[in-house]
Ligand binder design. Structure first.
Ligand code: GLN
Length: 309
């Protein structure tokens, strides 16, 4: 179909769901914590939110799942709103080409992570947001509740606890960067904030609505501005180049939209000026991106002709 001014999103979503249902083999659910390992890798939901808050959905689009690294987009937005360009002296904006939890580049780059979406960079962002607000995870939750219009959206403290129990790698990242002076808060306190951040539980509908913040170039659902247009561009650009880690090139090639994945199986994507999407399917590929999620977004841009290109 060609781009029309009145896109039938519901019809497109149903076509995508049918196609996905026919696809065998859809990756494996993350298995580093029990709450993720027990999710059915073949579960599937997808939502499109228009700029005025109208939401269309298919499959399990109202089912809550673990947002995980999708939250990194919103802590980045909040920290940029607080401190602006100073952030970019502490975290870069280049794709890493390495797995999301990698330590290897930090030593060569003086404790400055490559970008805000690998774990090291997200820890820096959360640290700085915490210094500025005294409650990074709480600020994140308030933003997501307001933008999704869902006051019940919350943390899953069992997930946060499991993250902490399996948190050696993130602790190592935090301490290593602290040794270069790139972390302000005590590392255990930062990790507590970060694990709660990762444990946010939300549905495709919630996260698609929240992501319309970036489709509206930084304007919130209530019409007030969180980000300058230029900052919203910065967030979308880093999503495009770094949002799916060492598969960001492949994601841009197939989908052609700024996107951000999480190991819970969710992916958000932004069509600037138009709409935002969230897809969820827990089966992941070896880089930690949802297999059916990427396939569904690929179908969406192919069927609608909507992409940033
Ligand atoms: N909680 C996960 C971690 O820090 C988040 C990673 C992700 O979603 N890619 O390892």
């Amino acid at each position: 179909g060609a781009v029309t001014s009145t896109m039938n999103y519901q019809q497109v979503l149903e076509q995508i769901a049918e196609e996905i249902a026919r696809t065998p083999g859809r990756g494996r659910s993350a298995d580093y914590i029990p709450a993720l390992a027990t999710r059915d890798p073949r579960a599937f939901g997808m939502a499109v939110a228009e700029l005025d808050g109208t939401v269309h959905g298919v499959g399990e689009w109202r089912e809550a799942f673990s947002a995980q690294s999708i939250t990194k987009v919103f802590t980045l937005a909040l920290d940029l709103a607080h401190e602006g360009d100073e952030l970019w002296e502490h975290v870069g904006r280049e794709p890493s080409g390495n797995p999301f939890n990698s330590l290897v580049q930090l030593e060569y780059e003086n404790g400055i992570p490559r970008n805000p979406f690998i774990n090291a960079g997200a820890l820096v962002v959360t640290d700085r947001l915490h210094t500025r607000t005294g409650d990074a995870a709480g600020e994140l939750l308030r933003l997501l509740r307001a933008e999704s219009g869902n006051p019940d959206l919350g943390f899953d403290l069992a997930v946060a606890g499991s993250e902490a129990a399996r948190g050696d790698r993130n602790a190592a990242l935090g301490h290593f960067m602290a040794s270069y002076g790139n972390i302000d808060n005590p590392v255990p306190l930062l990790l507590d904030q970060y694990f709660r951040q990762c444990s946010v539980t939300a549905s495709c509908a919630d996260l698609a609505l929240a992501a319309t913040l970036l489709a509206r170039h930084g304007v919130r659902a209530d019409g007030t501005r969180l980000l300058t247009r230029s900052q919203a561009k910065q967030v979308n650009a880093v999503m495009l180049t770094c949002g799916t880690y060492d598969a960001a090139g492949e994601f841009a090639h197939r989908v052609g939209l700024p996107g951000k994945s999480g190991v819970g199986g969710g992916i958000i994507a932004v069509v600037p000026g138009r709409c935002a999407l969230c897809v969820w399917s827990p089966g992941l590929d070896e880089r930690g991106n949802s297999v059916a999620g990427v396939a569904a977004l690929d179908l969406f841009t192919t069927l609608t002709g909507l992409s940033v290109f």
